[in-house]
Design a protein around this ligand. Structure first.
Ligand code: CMP
Length: 140
């Protein structure tokens, strides 16, 4: 088993409904450790940079608008195979396709308002973590 770190966002639909504790409980129950966490209100520039890979997609404007509409909680999660472990407990992007018991099945509102983001690879996790945390803010 490889000890990994992944990057997580508890999205505006999560903070608005006061669900950050409920989602953190699901994260911890999945064996992941929250080794860094802070609440931020993303600027448009931060959201556009973070989601730059989607800049040509038709939903990009809506995505940036949503992610800047309320505070989010950004996190670094650590654990065995953390990238896959978190994606498994998050569930599918579209909550209609998410497995029972996953965060998105339980809490997500829609494809856009899907409660959480998690990195899709160890490489992207490192890039995403660096956009929000400096090394001394991550305490494993
Ligand atoms: P996330 O994992 O944060 O990465 C990109 C986000 O775009 C995704 O979750 C969804 O919340 C959002 N999104 C909105 N519409 C779509 C769509 N049609 N296809 C994929 N992602 C979408």
């Amino acid at each position: 088993m490889a000890l990994e770190r992944t990057f997580s966002i508890l999205k505006p639909d999560c903070t608005r409904r006061n669900l950050t504790g409920a989602v953190n409980a699901m994260i911890e129950a999945a064996g992941l450790r929250i080794v860094a966490q802070k609440r931020v209100h993303m600027t448009q520039a931060q959201a556009e940079t973070f989601y730059a890979v989607h800049s040509e997609r038709p939903f990009f404007g809506e995505l940036v608008e949503f992610m800047t509409s309320a505070p989010v909680v950004v996190q670094v999660l650590e654990g065995d195979n953390a990238v896959l472990a978190y994606r498994t407990v998050m569930g599918a992007t579209n909550p209609a396709n998410a497995d029972e018991g996953t965060i998105r099945k339980v809490h997500a509102v829609s494809m856009g308002e899907n409660t959480v983001h998690g990195s899709d690879s160890v490489e992207n996790a490192a890039i995403e973590i660096a956009q929000f945390f400096s090394g001394n803010e991550i305490v494993g």
